[in-house]
Structure formats: structure tokens, C-alpha cells
Design a protein around this ligand. Structure first.
Ligand SMILES: [Zn+2]
Length: 316
């Protein structure tokens, strides 16, 4: 048996991986996870089941927690149905020895070799009020960020899209209508991604090189589709998620980000929310604090191009 190591919460630095390696441990992350450990926030069982089943692929490492109420209800069915699809379950030794290897990578959440740099990302916009406010703050500090736009909103507020591009920020594709990938057929997923890509190209001569799925799941087909259009499939350092879409106050958002962020992280925020957003005010707190701590801020593509690109994949 090899010796395996997994850091709590999946938080790691190059130093930690090096140390584990020196002690003879191989660090293994996962290729699929959902917040099953959070029993206070469980979605229903069929949601969890569908997410796992729709993500199945060779060499996959699925992270589950024994305390999960949902898992206890679906585990037996999962095992039966995964076997019925022709998959075998193996331990990590067997998986490493197999032709598939251990797939715990491919989902970009950070770039640990970027040094003291962070990428702020804003999803779901543009929004007529909040996006310009955020752009004003970014301008004030002279920093660049990435906006994962929803095609429908981009079509509604093209002048804001133009301002984002003209200001030197990056735009990523966040589907056309923000539907959850696991509720769609393959054809629908393709359409959701290609429609936004085509709209941005036709309207602004802009071709995004980043794609982020709504909800941030690890969906193999969506990833393949995005990659076929030249887009990297980008998630975020999940520790930093302030759930700002649920409209907590600005202090709560900035506190979550500032207390969890580390070098090379991609940080998730939202410029479009349904209610009264505190995100612009939070951004006005986060940016000066990060700069004061010696971080530089960059677009996602800028962050990923720093250092070696190998370690921006989990599991490396
Ligand atoms: Zn979104």
C-alpha cells in the first residue's frame, strides 16, 4: 500500500505537498465533491444523486463524508447504479495501477504557483446598477478582474459589457441563461455555452477563453464542450465563497473572503444578485485590504499564466 494524504478542506500549499512527499505520502484530492458534510444545508437526495451520476467518468475520485444524512440515504442506490453502468470500485492503489490513473485534476480553482496574487471574479452579470459600481471601484484602485457574464444579461446591457472590455478586464462565459448543467441534455448544454460565446464574438469581437458553469459543479460534458471552444473550465477556491448572492451584509462578505483567501486563489463574487446586493461595498473593503497585505490582483487568465501552470489543477 502506498501512503496517501489529504489535507483538511483540500487546502494546500506547494510546501505542504512537498513535505508530504518527503515523508513518502502521495497527496490525493478528489474529482467530485458536493457539500454533503453540511447537514444544515442539504439539498434533497435526488439532487445529490443526479449530480454524482451525471458527473461519472473513468478514474474518478468521489469525496463523501460519513456524517452526511443525504449520503446515507443514497449510497446503496449509488453503488448499485454506478456498477450497473459498468464501473468498478477500487482503492487508490488499484486506481493508480489501472489504465485510467487517478483523476483528481482538471478543475481549476487557483494557481498555487502564482505567488502573492489573487483573481477576483464576478458572476451572473452584467447588472445595470451593481456592475458599474464594481467597475468604478476596480478603476479607483487600478486593478483588473474577471466577469463571468450570463449571455442573456450581456445582451440586455451591452454598453456595460463594452465598458468591462474597454477597461481591460476579462470576460468569461457563464452560459446563456444560467440553467444548472445537470438539468439539461447534452444538446442544451452545448447551446447554452456556444450561444454566449457566439454573441460576445459577434457583438464585441471578443472570444472568452474561460467558462464557468452555473453552480460551479464538475461536469465532464460541459467541460469538454467549453474546451472544444477554446475555453478553460474554471471554478473557484471554494473556501472563499461568501455566498454573496444571498445578500449578506458587506462586512460578512469581506470577512469571509479576507479570512480565507490565500496565494493564487480564484475568488467567487457576484455582480448580479436578485435582492439588494452588498457586494460592491464589500469589494470596496476587500481590494484595499488585499493590496495592503501585499497581494496583487489580476484577471483569471493573468493569474493562471503566472509561475508554472501545472499546479493550478487540483491533485497535482
Ligand atoms: Zn452563476
Amino acid at each position: 500500500m502506498k501512503k496517501y494524504f489529504r489535507p483538511p478542506e483540500g487546502t494546500f500549499s506547494k510546501e505542504l505537498l512537498d513535505n508530504a512527499g518527503d515523508l513518502g505520502y502521495k497527496t490525493v484530492f478528489w474529482s467530485f465533491a458536493y457539500a454533503d458534510w453540511d447537514n444544515n444545508n442539504q439539498k434533497d437526495e435526488s439532487w445529490a444523486y443526479d449530480r454524482i451520476m451525471s458527473s461519472l467518468h473513468d478514474g474518478m475520485v468521489i469525496l463523501l463524508h460519513p456524517n452526511s444524512v443525504t449520503n446515507a440515504k443514497i449510497l446503496e442506490k449509488l453503488i448499485t447504479d454506478i456498477r450497473a453502468k459498468g464501473y468498478k470500485f477500487g482503492n487508490l492503489d488499484e486506481l493508480y495501477a489501472s489504465q485510467y490513473g487517478v483523476e483528481t485534476s482538471g478543475y481549476i480553482r487557483d494557481n498555487k504557483e502564482a505567488g502573492k496574487c489573487v483573481a477576483l471574479t464576478f458572476d451572473d452579470g452584467p447588472h445595470p446598477e451593481y456592475t458599474p459600481q464594481i467597475l468604478d471601484i476596480l478603476d479607483e484602485y487600478g486593478v483588473k478582474a474577471t466577469f463571468f457574464v450570463v449571455g442573456e444579461n450581456a445582451a440586455r446591457y451591452p454598453e456595460i459589457v463594452k465598458r468591462i472590455i474597454d477597461s481591460g478586464h476579462e470576460i468569461g462565459n457563464h452560459t446563456w441563461s444560467h440553467k444548472q448543467m445537470n438539468s439539461l441534455s447534452k444538446e442544451q448544454i452545448q447551446k447554452e455555452i456556444t450561444k454566449t460565446q457566439a454573441f460576445l464574438k459577434e457583438s464585441f469581437n471578443y472570444s472568452p477563453v474561460l467558462f464557468r458553469p452555473p453552480g460551479g459543479g464538475e461536469y465532464t460534458f460541459a467541460k469538454e464542450t467549453a474546451e472544444s471552444l477554446g475555453c478553460k473550465y474554471v471554478l473557484w477556491a471554494w473556501r472563499t465563497d461568501s455566498k454573496d448572492w444571498a445578500c449578506p451584509d458587506a462586512e460578512s462578505i469581506s470577512q469571509t473572503v479576507l479570512s480565507t483567501v490565500s496565494e493564487g486563489d480564484i475568488v467567487l463574487l457576484h455582480d448580479y444578485v436578485g435582492g439588494k446586493s452588498s457586494t460592491p461595498r464589500a469589494v470596496a473593503q476587500i481590494i484595499p485590504q488585499l493590496l495592503a497585505q501585499g497581494y496583487s490582483l489580476d484577471t483569471v487568465s493573468g493569474l493562471l499564466s503566472r509561475g508554472s501552470t501545472r499546479s493550478n489543477l487540483q491533485g497535482e
